[in-house]
Design a protein around this ligand. Structure first.
Ligand code: NIG
Ligand code: FE
Length: 401
């Protein structure tokens, strides 16, 4: 494969490779008048343009900033139906949890999704993933969790697998809400049938559980995460969205890749995350759309935790179709600096997915990067509603230019 030297880079900006905790999240490398050599889908060399090795082909980006491709570590991009009536009801004052308790919310998306075919789900999810990519996401995690029964859960994961030929996706089996009757038997069947079947078929890299009053208890969550580990799957958790049930502490104890949401987390949860290798993933779209308190991202960074940011793209709590917007909202709503937000959306988001080969522009890493419209990388965190991302390069290939 031909080497390609990218030039015309006003600033090449990258966090250090690997998960960054605390103050290290702010320590970006900023190279002025830079160049980037790509070969075989990987970065071969990064440095000042004047020092660039001779290369067969050169592409001049025209004097713009280049940053790593964003990693979106938390989406529910596969769903059918809509929640527009719920949205209207919520705006008129009905809480999200009340809608769910009445059989609407997540449960209504489950009914619509269970009724859809695999091809139908693929067709619905494709433009959402395209929107995320246009906004700068070069790797995206996608959860199941809207299957009413196990067949529908597997169908969702098969849809993700199919879309994996077009996008770099990480599939997660999400155990979202229990059936209204027979929950003990359901949890047992998840542990003894669904998780082993999904692991055997290689349909998911991780298992996630929604630990919440209207969803699963701490003990149910523990049983399912332990089953995931026993079958060689990584674990993640939706925790502390409305109530602190101990999910964050459990995730840290079990060595989960990440614990996500954290809107209700307090000092004890911040301390648990700071003392663990579990990534704290915050989802500012939920704060915006549901009017929840912001997750304590500032306190988490100050305590030394590893913080990531995701869109949580879904039809109920976060209709955020832009990973760049999630980054920009994390600055406004969660108190991260632009530099911290870039680390949160790149290397730390990759760590939340167990990936170490992307998120930083260093030799050997995947050549996933973005060319902005602007010469100053901070436009990535500044823009709200306009897309500052001009070019998206995945494995060195321009997918948007
Ligand atoms: O991450 N909180 C639980 N699960 C999703 C919401 C999914 C939905 O409302 O459809 C979340 O917010
Ligand atoms: Fe979620």
């Amino acid at each position: 494969m031909t080497d390609m030297l990218y030039t015309g880079i006003s600033q090449l900006v990258t966090p250090r490779p690997g998960p960054q905790r605390g103050a290290a999240m702010r320590e970006l490398t900023v190279l002025e008048d830079a160049a980037l050599l790509v070969s075989g889908g990987r970065i071969r060399w990064v440095g000042r343009r004047a020092d660039a090795p001779a290369s067969a082909e050169e592409r001049d980006l025209g004097g713009v900033a280049v940053v790593p491709g964003l990693v979106d570590p938390h989406t529910h991009a596969v769903w059918a139906g809509d929640r527009l009536a719920d949205f209207e009801a919520r705006v008129e004052g009905v809480p999200y949890e009340t809608i769910l308790a009445r059989g609407g919310g997540i449960r209504s998306t489950m009914r619509a999704t269970a009724a859809a075919t695999r091809d139908g789900l693929v067709a619905l999810a494709r433009p959402r993933l395209q929107a995320l990519r246009d906004s700068g996401a070069t790797t995206v995690e996608v959860k199941s969790g809207y299957g009413l029964d196990f067949d529908a859960e597997v169908r969702m994961l098969e849809a993700v697998r199919e879309l994996g030929s077009e996008f770099a996706l990480l599939p997660t089996l999400l155990i979202h809400v229990p059936p209204t009757e027979g929950r003990a038997g359901y949890v047992r069947a998840v542990c003894e049938e669904l998780i082993p079947d999904v692991a055997r078929a290689g349909l998911a890299a991780a298992v996630d559980v929604f630990c919440e009053r209207e969803a699963f208890t701490l003990e149910e969550t523990r049983a399912m995460l332990q089953a995931a580990k026993a079958h060689g799957l990584a674990t993640k958790l939706h925790a502390d969205q409305f109530h602190t049930l101990g999910g964050t502490e459990l995730a840290c104890e079990l060595g989960a890749l990440s614990v996500d949401h954290l809107e209700a987390s307090g000092p004890a949860q911040v301390a648990a995350l700071a003392a663990s290798n579990t990534v704290a993933t915050v989802l500012p779209g939920v704060t915006l759309h549901l009017g929840l308190p912001a997750a304590p991202a500032r306190a988490l960074v100050d305590a030394g935790a590893c913080v990531a940011v995701g869109t949580d793209l879904n039809p109920g709590s976060s209709p955020v179709f832009s990973s760049q917007l999630a980054l920009a909202l994390a600055v406004r709503l969660c108190g991260l600096t632009p530099a911290e937000a870039l680390s949160a959306c790149t290397v730390n988001a990759a760590a939340a997915l167990g990936l170490s080969d992307r998120g930083a522009l260093v030799p050997g890493a995947r050549a996933d990067f973005l060319a902005l419209h602007s010469a100053d990388w901070r436009d990535l965190a500044f823009a709200l509603g306009a897309n500052p991302v001009r070019g998206v390069y995945v494995g060195g290939q321009p997918l948007k230019e």
